[in-house]
Design a protein around this ligand. Structure first.
Ligand code: IMP
Ligand code: MG
Length: 173
């Protein structure tokens, strides 16, 4: 039996903010084409919802890196999967679930810059500003949150809780 997880950011708050982010993207990229680069696994639900609210010409690619063991960030990033198409001259938006230390994102921004896109921006559902170890600019941010370990809406603790439709704090009921 698992203990119930309390609501930190509700399903309706998430839906409203995702729609607002998509509207900003639709406005900024009017008449242009974009490629969302979804960072697996945590971002798959956010990216799917965001993509369905985007009205400009949009494609999706996936990247998988791993830097976490339980709830502690190591900064030791391992590459598992890279994008499948050329990004030369393309408008890229990285879609991330959460920026914590920022180490994963600074690594990924650097990596994607070498693929010579026309533009490269970052969209993250969550940011723990107090935890940043390296400066990372989030162009499209959902919520700036406290230094708590959150789960749900794609975010996991050791692979669990991704299916929660809301965001909760691990260990808080
Ligand atoms: P960073 O490199 O420290 O910014 O870590 C980013 C990655 O760590 C995110 O993409 C998440 O997969 C994971 N992560 C960081 N904080 C949390 C959290 O509170 N809950 C779940 N995953 C987290
Ligand atoms: Mg992630």
């Amino acid at each position: 039996m698992t203990t119930p997880i309390g609501v930190y950011i509700s399903e309706s708050q998430i839906a409203k903010r995702v729609k607002e982010l998509a509207e900003l993207i639709n406005r900024d990229y009017a008449d242009q084409e974009i490629i969302l680069v979804c960072i697996l696994n945590g971002s798959f639900i956010f990216c799917a919802d965001l993509m369905r609210a985007i009205t400009v010409n949009v494609q999706v690619e996936f990247i998988s890196v791993s830097s976490y063991h339980g709830a502690v960030s190591t900064g030791d990033i391992q590459f598992r999967l890279d994008v499948k198409q050329s990004l030369v001259g393309k408008n890229i938006i990285i879609v991330e679930d959460i920026v914590d230390t920022g180490l994963t994102l600074s690594f990924l921004l650097e990596h994607l810059r070498t693929k010579r896109p026309n533009s490269l921006r970052l969209c993250s559902l969550l940011l723990k500003k107090a935890r940043l170890k390296t400066p990372v600019h989030v162009d499209y941010l959902g919520f700036d949150i406290e230094d708590k370990f959150v789960i749900g809406y794609g975010l996991d603790y050791d692979g669990r809780y991704r299916e929660l439709p809301y965001i909760g704090v691990y260990g808080e009921s």
